[in-house]
Design a protein. Structure first.
Ligand SMILES: *Cc1c(COP(=O)(O)O)cnc(C)c1O
Length: 801
């Protein structure tokens, strides 16, 4: 049906009338989307079935990637591209008077994630399928994804997100594959044939119903599966409970994604979600496995289970439970299998983000799982004691359960065979600082896998013009082998290539300017520097540093008649966690600054500030191609990797960043002449934390520029926000500026001046841009996934020969 335009048109219009029950002429965009989505599903169904048959028939090892978040974004466009049928469809629809882009834009983003961690999971799925690797995603089918952000009067307002409002064409409900998950109740211990047996009784049962989504590889028959679990009441309602309450409580498990990616909210519901994901996924993995192999003694030889951060770490005790209680294995056998099955990625060293569950919550909710965790802890502490006899302090620090808390990262390390960080510096910090004691005990488990992004979505789909330019220059091999982008390097010195590169950037800036106008009513100068910071709002990401610098520029423009700058448009996009008071203040601050600056006729030809609301994957796809400058200015040591930095680079933006996360690896690749690096090193930051010696007040008193902008937070510079920014002011002075904003201010100003100069040397700038694109292939998630496949999971591609 997609073999040629005419055939497509015929099938499409017939199908639409059949599915929607109306004449083609009367169809809406939604009807057209729905029809096209269904055609694609039908088209791939055979490959999906064949892929699954292959997995069932062959004894190849498979990996299951467990993640509490999958930030997929829209799927229509990327599916069309991966299937190689986008052009046929676009042309066919055009003949029918339909704009494919309009259909694509009618699709809701699947926003089942907060930010980088969830988007990483989505990029990994695309790479697994495109590399023909047997890898499946397991997640939760939240009814509401990450909240929709509205900006009202400069403040963030959160609305419930409704991605399922018009149904989801990509999913298939598989009610017959439901898995029962047990909560509460108690454990009955008895002796049977000289062996203790454990029965979880009086449990409250929840039905986990899988919804499968196809993950379509690029230019291959492989169609993998993302299985998302939905919580429904079990057939047997609990007798002692009000049924309405039971139904509500059950359904609430898969109702909302937690809109919080650092703080542990300490809610029972969150732990319920975690166990729900794990028990449902393992239940189904083991069922499939038993079907094929019978016993589970070789489980680890055929199955790898990866836990994305600590949220799914209960996979460790859950697998132990299955092996011990259901299979009747000995502890030693079960532990051997478990610790050779599970691998774990650490995503952060921020201590407030490390999950710890109070025993008083954990134990009653998951009584059998808690017993197993206790046993794991006891044995682990015994091993530690043997190695470090008498070193109570060390054992206390490393214990899995201590002071009434279950430490999920400790459980993850003890119960897995691989622990990886997500960028070189992050892994080093894990090994030598944050998880030092664990590294000493288990050095062989630790390894680095620098993050990546799928170049298919972030370049091929998001920036078709640039993709064409690249292909015209070096051929299209880069699409399957992104490292080949390196062949572009000579073109960094090619005049006509650079002219085309400039024209494409200009076109995308124009398109983004149009979007900005539609959303904010502000007209921006399309020839100004588009300087962009888009990411979750966090103190450590230092949107505040960016803001203070803009205030400083504004002050100079106002005060010094001889001072001028190359026109600049500062663009922000960021969601703040609803309970993150400080982050919300920063959003208001950005909007207050935008209002002030954009309406000042004395400066607004040189300076504009834009806050684009509801930052999400689809908006990101419009922003990266239009960016000149990529702001990656986190406090060194705090950003584990960052992936936004890679998307910008791939689209030809030049990084202005600190020596943090993957910025360091970008620097290594492009060289210091093609990036703007400033500020403290991670060692300096850590040394201040350890030894003290930082006094924010000194920077405030000794740098007039700093004093002025900091004072302006509270002195009426922003009208009508009486004392609103005092908390920000206090964070910088009273609380001694934990993230070293003032300390890095001068270096940042200087780096920004270099950016401004470099941008005006057009030829040099385009050269930098091209060199960044050329080196971005290294950050394709294909490279990352190959490393995981070879070094951690030990899985091999399937062959379609
Ligand atoms: C890539 C991405 C992120 C992560 O951005 P960082 O700059 O690495 O924090 C967050 N949200 C969305 C929508 C993304 O696409």
């Amino acid at each position: 049906m997609f073999s040629n335009k005419e055939k497509f048109k015929e099938v499409f219009s017939k199908k639409l009338e059949m599915m929607c029950g109306k004449r083609f002429e009367e169809s809406t965009v939604r009807d057209q989307y729905h029809t096209l989505g269904n055609m694609i599903r039908e088209y791939i169904s055979n490959n999906w079935i064949q892929t699954n048959e292959k997995y069932r028939a062959e004894n190849n090892k498979q990996v299951y990637y467990l993640s509490i978040e999958f930030l997929l974004g829209r799927l229509l466009g990327s599916n069309l591209i991966n299937l190689g049928i986008r052009d046929v469809v676009e042309e066919g629809l055009k003949d029918l008077g339909i704009d494919l882009r309009e259909i694509e834009e009618s699709e809701a983003d699947a926003g089942l994630g907060n930010g980088g961690l969830g988007r990483l999971a989505a990029c990994f799925l695309d790479s697994l399928a495109s590399l023909n690797l047997p890898g499946h995603g397991c997640g939760i089918r939240y009814k509401h994804g990450l909240f929709e952000q509205k900006i009202v009067d400069g403040y963030q307002v959160e609305l419930p997100e409704q991605w399922l409002r018009n149904g989801n064409v990509w999913e298939v409900r598989k009610a017959d594959l439901a898995v029962e998950v047990n909560f509460w109740g108690k454990v009955e211990v008895s002796q049977e044939k000289g062996r203790l047996t454990f029965r979880h009784i009086d449990a409250e049962k929840v039905m986990a119903v899988p919804y499968d989504m196809p993950v379509i590889g690029y230019d291959t028959k492989t169609v993998n599966t993302l299985r998302l679990w939905s919580a429904e009441p079990a057939k047997m309602f609990p007798i002692h409970k009000n049924i309405m309450q039971y139904k509500r409580e059950t359904e609430s498990i898969s109702e909302f994604l937690y809109p919080d990616d650092t703080h542990d909210e300490g809610k029972i519901l969150r732990l319920k979600q975690q166990y729900f994901l794990v028990a449902a996924s393992l239940g189904s993995i083991v069922r499939t496995y038993r079907h094929k192999y019978g016993h589970l003694y070789d489980f680890h030889k055929h199955v790898a289970i990866h836990v994305n951060d600590t949220h799914p770490v209960l996979a460790i005790p859950e697998l132990m439970r299955i092996l011990l209680d259901e299979e009747g294995m000995s502890w030693e056998d079960a532990w051997h299998i478990t610790t050779n099955t599970i691998s774990y990625t650490n995503h952060t060293t921020l201590s407030e983000a490390l999950e710890k569950w109070p025993v008083y919550i954990f134990q009653p909710l998951l009584p059998r799982i808690y017993m197993i965790v206790e046993e794991i802890n006891e044995r682990f502490c015994r091993d530690l004691w043997e190695r470090y006899p008498g070193d109570w302090k060390r054992i206390e620090e490393m214990a899995i359960i201590a002071h009434g808390l279950v430490k999920m990262a400790h459980l993850a390390i003890a119960g897995s065979y691989s622990v990886n960080g997500v960028a070189k510096i992050h892994t080093d910090i894990l090994k030598h600082r944050e998880m030092k004691l664990f590294y000493e005990f288990f050095p062989e488990k630790f390894n680095n896998k620098t993050n990546g992004i799928t170049h298919r979505r972030w370049l091929l789909k998001a920036n078709p013009e640039l993709s064409r330019l690249i292909t015209n220059a070096i051929g299209d091999e880069w699409i399957k082998q992104p490292e080949k982008l390196l062949d572009l390097k000579p073109y960094a010195y090619d005049v006509s290539f650079k002219q085309n590169l400039a024209a494409i950037k200009q076109k995308r800036k124009k398109m983004l300017a149009q979007r900005i106008y539609e959303q904010t009513g502000v007209v921006v100068d399309e020839s100004s520097i588009f300087d962009v910071q888009v990411k979750r709002l966090h103190a450590y990401k230092r949107q505040l540093l960016n803001v203070l610098h803009i205030m400083y520029l504004y002050n100079r423009l106002k005060e010094e008649s001889s001072f001028s700058i190359y026109p600049r448009t500062f663009i922000f996009g960021a969601k703040a966690s609803p309970g993150y008071y400080y982050a919300k203040k920063i959003i208001k601050l950005i909007n207050s600054l935008a209002e002030k600056v954009n309406n000042d006729r004395q400066t607004n030809e040189q300076l504009k500030v834009i806050f684009l609301e509801n930052y999400r994957v689809s908006l990101a796809e419009e922003i990266f191609p239009a960016a000149d400058v990529s702001e990656q200015i986190s406090t060194a040591s705090k950003e584990a990797s960052g992936t936004g930095n890679m998307k910008f680079m791939m689209n030809g933006a030049v990084t202005l960043g600190t020596l943090d996360g993957a910025n360091i690896e970008i620097l290594e690749l492009v060289g210091e002449e093609n990036i703007f690096i400033f500020g403290m090193t991670a060692d300096e930051v850590i040394s201040y934390y350890q030894n003290g010696g930082y006094h924010a007040y000194e920077y405030y008193h000794h740098d007039k520029r700093i004093k002025q902008v900091v004072d302006q937070l509270v002195n009426g510079f922003f009208p009508n926000v009486y004392d609103h920014f005092e908390p920000i002011y206090d964070s910088l002075l009273t609380q001694n500026d934990q993230y070293f904003v003032l300390r890095d201010f001068a270096a940042y100003v200087e780096a920004q001046e270099k950016v401004e100069k470099a941008y005006q040397q057009r030829d040099k700038w385009l050269e930098m841009s091209a060199i960044n694109i050329a080196h971005s292939g290294h950050f394709s998630s294909d490279r990352t996934i190959r490393e995981y496949a070879n070094d951690i999971w030990n899985i091999k591609p399937i062959s379609w020969e």
